[in-house]
Design a protein. Sequence first.
Length: 342
Amino acid sequence: YYDSLDFRYAYFDIVALAALVFALFLWNSSIRISGHLRRLVSLNNETQRYFTRGDSRIAWLKEHIIYAPLFRTRHNREFQLSRAVNMGILPSRFQSLVFTALLFLNVFYCVVNIPFGQPLKTAATLVRNRTGTIATINMIPLVILAGRNNPLIPLLGISFDTWNFFHRSLARIVVLESIAHVISFVVPKVQAQGWSALSTSLHVGGMLFYGLVLVAGFTTGTVAARRVTLVWVIQSPEHLEWIRPWMTTILGMDRRREILRIMLFITRPRNTKEIHSPSTTVQMFPGRPNPDTLIDMEIENQVGAMGVLVCGTGDLSDDVRRVCRRRQATSNIDFLEESFSW
């Protein structure tokens, strides 16, 4: 139910932006038609006194909204705290009104119908899903408005500078939604398990999430993956406690054995008795993995194209990258790397 609401409100958000563009198109079209008619009438008219005064309502709109600065007169004069620190310019009154409307709509769509009276975990999960969905949808107009070849510039007769302001404004809204998305994930996690559990989840959560998605998609027939091998390197078996909830979830999923194989490498076992494989699909090995051996083994059993995702130390990532590059002539391999670097 809430997933459908998330996409519905994201759809409303896009519709609101499209309505704004359409309104601007109508306004610009009326200006162009009026100008064209005025030009036709004025071709053989030397005085043109009829056009010296405009409609009072249009004049008020231009004076107080369209051409007006935000406050008194300052608009394009930049605010500089020093020669090195530039704070930019103030938006016009019209730009400010549009930005305020966009901000209000996005806040409204992110919180409407969220049951904040329910337990924190429930409400936070819904906020996380909602903010993530709407932030992702907002990336579409964000990208369209980014370039100087924006098709709306000639269509609506609005300058690149104005569109750039809306691009930056929408980007700030997306950033705020992304921050809310992260906070709604962090807060219930910290409340339930403390900060230490959160730090470990941030390191392994990405790859483990992919595993859940692929296995679930295989079961429902929504992904093309037919073989998934998860290789995880840890120092001791105690580190398995980090992902015990995830392991419990994924090992209990329907048809998991048909697609998923988990290989755990223990680099610093206290003794060999700690190393035992629970099943053929969940295996444990002492020492470090050999990327050449592992990837060659997957190539031998490859079903269609293969993707290799690595997240770990720089040395491990470089080794996996090297192996994937050298197998390009014999196998269709896509290499993906998740890293944290400067």
